[in-house]
Design a protein around this ligand. Structure first.
Ligand SMILES: Cc1ncc(COP(=O)(O)O)c(C=O)c1O
Length: 323
């Protein structure tokens, strides 16, 4: 595969990057981890990379208010709220969940900044895009300019954050990796990595651990995102679908839940490495990683990306303390 010439869209500088790749041990196996949990603090995790491109775009469109959505503990929603504040913008959130008297984790941080929140039931959330769009139309009639960021920041603009991360990985690489594993929710991280593999001419396998949507839905979402980006930016590449694998079966307990055996692995991992994985995404993805890729080989050729999510451990404190 050869590198293709292309230009990145413009972006803001929000993330502390490049993040390190570290060689660590879990149980008997050595493995490689990219610390995207270290992209920032209030603005931590994978979302910040996407927001660099998205917020530049929002500024270009002269937006004065952002809308975005997610679960009540959405890391993306919290990162958007904080990133927007750093450039003087407010965000309204559309969250799948309930108002709570003692908000915790990411929800607490959103409230800390007095963020306007509309709570939706799961059924309503299935139509969140039209709900946001209708409200945008209403406010725009009153003279406001709204920029909607879709779930997880996973749009044709946002996924460039992970094309850039792919570039970073191959530039940092003293390691003989041939695949990258990441947690997958809205699909933008995996889509960006997949697009990066094509643009940089590397036949890396992108392993996406689906935690929110069924495997077939997830696969289609990722491929569609890449195809749409290729079209939007007139990129001269043909998508090789075989480079994407959805690693299924690691969130059967449901997106908002986590099994005791995964909780145990998260605690054992923290005990061995000093690094905290989160219960919705990275804990499940690492569980898949250690089960599938670390057992057979010692130094895995599969890079694990820690995509952040630290604040999600707090609402689950009872489970962590019991296990
Ligand atoms: C901590 C964390 N890891 C991984 C993901 C998944 O990324 P994506 O939505 O780009 O698939 C998310 C968000 O959805 C997240 O918050």
């Amino acid at each position: 595969m050869k590198t293709h010439s292309f230009n990145y869209p413009k972006r803001l500088t929000l993330a502390n990057i490049p993040t390190p790749i570290q060689k660590l041990r879990f149980r008997e196996s050595a493995f490689l981890i990219k610390r995207d949990d270290l992209t920032g603090l209030e603005l931590s995790g994978n979302k910040v990379r996407k927001l660099e491109f998205l917020l530049h775009y929002a500024k270009k469109l002269k937006a004065d208010l952002l809308f975005t959505c997610g679960g009540e503990q959405s890391n993306h929603a919290r990162a958007t709220v904080f990133a927007a504040k750093s450039i003087g913008l407010n965000t309204k959130l559309f969250l799948w969940g309930k108002e709570s008297t003692l908000a915790d984790g990411n929800l607490f941080l959103n409230k800390f900044l007095n963020t306007e929140i509309k709570y939706l039931t799961k059924l309503e959330y299935d139509n969140v895009n039209s709900i946001m769009f209708e409200e945008k139309l209403k406010l725009e009639k009153a003279g406001k300019k709204i920029f909607i960021i879709p779930e997880g920041g996973s749009s044709e603009v946002g996924i460039w954050g992970y094309v850039k991360a792919f570039e970073e990985i191959i530039e940092q690489r003293n390691f003989n990796i041939n695949s990258i594993l990441t947690a997958c929710g809205s699909g933008g991280t995996s889509a960006g990595l997949l697009l990066g593999a094509h643009l940089y001419g590397k036949k890396f396998q992108i392993l996406a651990v689906n935690v929110l949507y069924p495997a077939d839905v997830m696969r289609n979402k990722i491929l569609e995102l890449v195809e749409n980006t290729i079209r939007k930016y007139s990129l001269k590449i043909k998508l090789d679908e075989s480079l994407l694998e959805v690693v299924d079966g690691y969130s059967t307990e449901g997106y908002k839940n986590i099994s005791n055996e995964k909780i145990k692995v998260i605690r054992e991992f923290a005990g061995q490495t000093g690094i905290i994985l989160d219960p919705a995404y990275t804990g499940k993805a690492f569980y898949a990683y250690q089960e599938q890729y670390l057992k057979s080989k010692n130094l895995s050729r599969t890079l694990f990306i820690h995509t952040g999510g630290l604040f999600g451990v707090f609402p689950k404190r009872k489970l962590f303390l019991q296990n």
